[in-house]
Design a protein around this ligand. Structure first.
Ligand code: HEM
Length: 223
């Protein structure tokens, strides 16, 4: 008997590295904000180094990782975004084995902003006792400018996060697409017409993670 192409089955779309990256990043962004608010700058800087490691890792995983996590697979071209917006305006966003083009726009923006946050933090200073490990490489004016960018870009990132969370909750509530569960369990119900993506083995995440960690350690302690 032929299978109905609309019949749904649970498909693994998010691998462990992508899910671990996502939830660690979410917790660390909150922790970075709180430690800064409570004046715990040593902890704030340590969190920044871990965030930088995660972002470097995600860039590498976006090149060699599982199909749905690779940047080329969710590059939001104008054509893809336009078609997706048209479907969304009809109230029927298509189900996808990965990020939708609109979500992808926000995801790329957040990745750039998080990299900018952590990167400028290396050169920032608080005008009192604390400065980033690379502040000594630039003039005090440049360090002050980068500190301003570090502070301003956080608020842009915050608004992107708010939009991201509202959009994901909207998909759950309005379109009944369990996207948040998918980011937790890795599994998403998809119609049989959508092929299961190819996922990479877990061990393949170890070299890019080690490379990212080593790079950050080197920049922070040896430069
Ligand atoms: C500081 C907070 C957060 C940041 C910086 C953030 C950032 C990101 C990033 C960068 C991705 C892409 C993941 C990847 O491909 O590696 C993503 C995806 C996702 N995030 Fe978040 N996130 C945050 C909080 C949350 C929260 C609280 C939720 C739950 C309500 C959430 C739900 C999701 C979901 C469901 C996806 C996958 C979206 C899709 O299916 O295309 N995120 N997030």
């Amino acid at each position: 008997m032929a299978t109905n192409p609309e019949t749904e089955r649970a498909v693994r779309i998010w691998d462990v590295p992508t899910r671990a990256f996502h939830w660690l990043l979410a917790v660390l962004i909150l922790a970075a904000y709180l430690t800064q608010e409570f004046g715990q700058l040593d902890r704030h800087m340590t969190i920044g180094y871990v965030v930088l490691t995660l972002v470097l890792f995600r860039i590498l995983w976006g090149i060699i990782g599982s199909e749905p996590s690779r940047f080329v697979s969710f590059m939001p071209t104008p054509g893809k975004v336009g078609r997706y917006l048209a479907a969304l305006s009809r109230g029927r966003p298509p189900k996808m084995a990965g990020h939708n083009p609109l979500g992808a726009l926000l995801i790329f923006a957040m990745l750039v902003l998080v990299a900018l946050q952590a990167g400028t933090g290396l050169f920032a200073n608080d005008d009192i006792f604390t400065e980033g490990p690379l502040a000594k490489l630039v003039s005090s004016e440049t360090s002050a400018d980068l500190t301003d960018i570090h502070k301003t870009s956080f608020w842009i990132l915050l608004w992107c996060i708010v939009a991201h969370v509202v959009a994901n909750v909207g998909y759950e509530v309005v379109f009944r697409q369990p996207v948040i569960q998918a980011m937790v369990t890795g599994l998403k119900p998809l119609p049989a017409v959508i092929a299961a993506p190819r996922l990479r083995p877990l061990w393949l995440a170890v070299p890019p993670l080690a490379l990212a960690g080593f790079t950050v350690w080197y920049v922070v302690t040896q430069v």
